[in-house]
Design a binder for this molecule. Structure first.
Ligand SMILES: NC(=O)c1ccc[n+]([C@@H]2O[C@H](COP(=O)([O-])OP(=O)(O)OC[C@H]3O[C@@H](n4cnc5c(N)ncnc54)[C@H](O)[C@@H]3O)[C@@H](O)[C@H]2O)c1
Length: 268
């Protein structure tokens, strides 16, 4: 059984993944914050990935890394710098030094958030980040490209839409990514024998998707869920969107300097 490190394991996506991947891999969980409900047998290592020594410690002896840890919304530069720029670099570099072959990175729809909603985009489009957070995800994608080309690391970049059991608004009808579809795509990223450097969209099989996700399908992804069954109910709410946000895939990130309630800096 492969040993898989999940960073950011105490967060929303990590919590879904721990549940969905239990028993399929030997999971090594890590985060700055403790796990809320550590189950019997779960292995947890507290680490601050903005410190290289911590990154080196947690990446020892693992077959693959699912790198989720970091600042997960738009926010102050200092927080993004520490977690998503320095932290992400440390994770790739520590993985290289420890000989970890495979690296899955949770990048985001916000790396390409300034594409208009009326345009369908695939994995080959040029980046169009919609904020500092989006730029930090592009930085992680660039590291993935470098570590794949220069060091032969097998890198799987998932531009995640919105992880949720169901879409919460009109925008999310296009980008929702259910936990079981997330787990399927992550398993492909861990197990597919022929990954060198791939970009895929982390979304379910949504009818209203803005993505041509053919690269994920080529690798065997068969999403089980489609947000369409929620469309009528959500559209009937007639919720007003900001006129700029409504144009672009990144939604509110495209027109606010920082979201009204930016996530607090992680406590060390
Ligand atoms: N949730 C989504 O729908 C979504 C969409 C697109 C991309 N993503 C990406 O997926 C990943 C997980 O997202 P999430 O929603 O679970 O976010 P989250 O904020 O719930 O979890 C992120 C975790 O990273 C940890 N972390 C932050 N700084 C750290 C540091 N310096 N060292 C170690 N751990 C640190 C936090 O403690 C937190 O538990 C993030 O990288 C995010 O950008 C998520």
């Amino acid at each position: 059984m492969k040993t898989v490190l999940i960073t950011g394991a105490s967060g929303d996506v990590g919590t879904h993944l721990r549940r969905e991947l239990a028993g399929r891999y030997k999971l090594k969980l890590s985060d700055l914050r403790p796990l809320a409900d550590k189950a019997k047998g779960e292995v947890f290592a507290k680490a601050d990935i903005s410190r290289m020594a911590d990154a080196l410690r947690i990446t020892k002896g693992v077959d693959a890394i699912v790198h989720l840890g970091g600042y997960s919304v738009e926010g102050p530069w200092e927080g993004i710098l520490q977690a998503n720029i320095i932290g992400c670099y440390n994770m790739f570099e520590a993985a290289r030094r420890n000989g970890v072959k495979r690296f899955l990175f949770a990048t985001s729809n916000h790396a390409v958030g300034f594409y208009p909603r009326k345009q369908k985009i695939d994995h080959r489009v040029y980046i169009k980040p919609d904020g500092r957070y989006g730029v930090s995800k592009v930085f992680g994608e660039a590291l993935g490209s470098l570590y794949s080309d220069k060091y032969g690391m097998e890198v799987f970049l998932m531009r995640i839409g919105n992880v949720n059991a169901r879409p919460i608004d009109k925008r999310r009808l296009s980008i929702v990514f259910t936990p079981r579809d997330l787990a399927q795509l992550v398993s492909i990223g861990i197990d597919h024998p022929k990954i060198r450097f791939e970009i895929v969209y982390g979304v379910s099989g949504n009818k209203r998707s803005w993505y041509d996700n053919s690269n994920a399908y080529r690798l065997g992804y068969e999403p089980q869920d489609d947000s369409e069954s929620y469309a009528k109910e959500i559209l009937e709410r007639n919720e007003k969107e900001h006129p700029v946000g409504a144009l672009y895939q990144g939604g509110a990130f495209t027109h606010v300097e920082s979201v009204p309630n930016p996530a607090p800096l992680p406590k060390k």
